[in-house]
Design a protein around this ligand. Structure first.
Ligand SMILES: NC(=O)c1ccc[n+]([C@@H]2O[C@H](COP(=O)([O-])OP(=O)(O)OC[C@H]3O[C@@H](n4cnc5c(N)ncnc54)[C@H](OP(=O)(O)O)[C@@H]3O)[C@@H](O)[C@H]2O)c1
Length: 307
């Protein structure tokens, strides 16, 4: 089968096509024929070496397609059958066939297409783990006042349509995000910060957080957050969390429960999906997708059409 991955870490030039045998599912594993694969920042972290993994490696973290083989044990417990539409949160999804532990596979409800599942799964579950934490990420849906930060007017319009209460364009050199947050909160700061930008915004987070607030740092779009001393938290009694989807939604029970909640929000039209672009299943396609996601010009999900 064809797959897209790396045999060494580095810039976009290290992406390569791999020719691999179709995997045979072992005990508790499901084999799916991939139709769509989601593109995520984590793919770029794995390619660059920020997240070190054994090499060679097939990239991609989420796929949606149809079940084509079931291993023994848990995979053959009768809950899945050949031909079922499923999605999986698992490494190696830029491939024609993907093998995943049963615990990482969810059966799609009636009416949910594989394209939509690949669009929604990873970001949807990430949003959920945020909203399940005390400060809530799917925040506007839950009634919180949300201050969003964006770099373009177009992103501001989209964020507003998605429910943000206030928006700050941090590309405008005349605007201080921290001052603007202070003004909007009458000097109190915000109860929670969800920061996927990382290095560039980390220090300002401590200016904007309220006393006893929570900073959730969940990404490295601008680079990894540097090491810091716990004493940094004392000035405002701040809590810092660094959640990651891979071991937050970990067991089969967690995967099925959170995916069911996500699919229900989609079915009730409480979440809408936005695809930025479909990319070809080729080295060029994945390279363009990685360039685009890191280039700050995308608004919505990037997906690879595998079949
Ligand atoms: N912890 C987890 O399990 C988990 C799961 C999923 C995603 N994530 C993380 O969440 C973050 C956002 O992911 P996403 O899927 O929501 O991607 P996204 O929609 O592309 O959001 C990333 C945004 O970061 C902003 N940004 C600011 N400085 C940047 C820089 N120097 N380089 C690139 N982007 C920069 C960009 O917005 P502006 O151009 O408007 O500034 C960009 O649109 C990523 O860091 C990702 O790794 C973490």
């Amino acid at each position: 089968m064809r797959a897209i991955g790396i045999s060494r870490t580095g810039d976009l030039s290290v992406l390569e096509q791999r020719s691999l045998p179709v995997p045979v599912p072992q005990a508790d594993e499901v084999l799916l024929k991939c139709e769509w694969a989601g593109v995520n920042f984590i793919d770029t972290y794995q390619r660059s070496g920020l997240y070190a993994l054994p090499l060679p490696l097939t990239l991609g973290q989420e796929s949606a397609g149809r079940v084509v083989a079931l291993g023994e044990g848990e995979a053959s417990d009768g809950t899945l059958k050949l031909g079922d539409k499923v999605a999986a949160y698992v490494g190696g999804s830029f491939a024609e066939y993907v093998v995943a532990p049963r615990s990482k596979v969810v059966k799609l409800p009636e009416g949910l297409e594989t394209r939509d599942a690949a669009t929604a799964l990873l970001q949807g579950l990430t949003g959920e783990f945020g909203y399940l934490c005390p400060p809530r990420r799917m925040a506007s849906y839950l009634g919180a006042t949300v201050i969003g930060t964006v770099s373009t007017a177009a992103k501001a319009s989209l964020a507003q349509a998605a429910g943000a209460t206030h928006l700050i364009n941090y590309a405008d050199a005349s605007v201080s995000v921290a001052d603007e947050v202070a003004r909007l909160t009458h000097g109190a700061g915000v109860a929670a910060i969800f920061d996927g930008v990382g290095k560039d915004t980390w220090e300002d987070d401590f200016k904007m957080i309220a006393r006893k607030g929570t900073i959730v740092t969940f990404g490295n779009a601008s680079g990894a957050v540097p090491a810091f001393a716990p004493l940094k938290l004392a000035a405002k009694n701040v809590k810092v969390c660094r959640p990651t989807l891979g071991n937050y939604v970990y067991t089969r029970e967690e995967t099925e429960r959170y995916a069911a909640e996500l699919f229900a929000l989609l079915a009730q039209h409480k979440l809408t999906l936005r695809v930025h672009q479909e990319y070809a299943f080729s080295v060029e396609g994945v390279r363009q997708a990685q360039e685009d996601i890191a280039g700050r010009g995308t608004t919505g999900k990037l997906i690879v059409k595998v079949a």
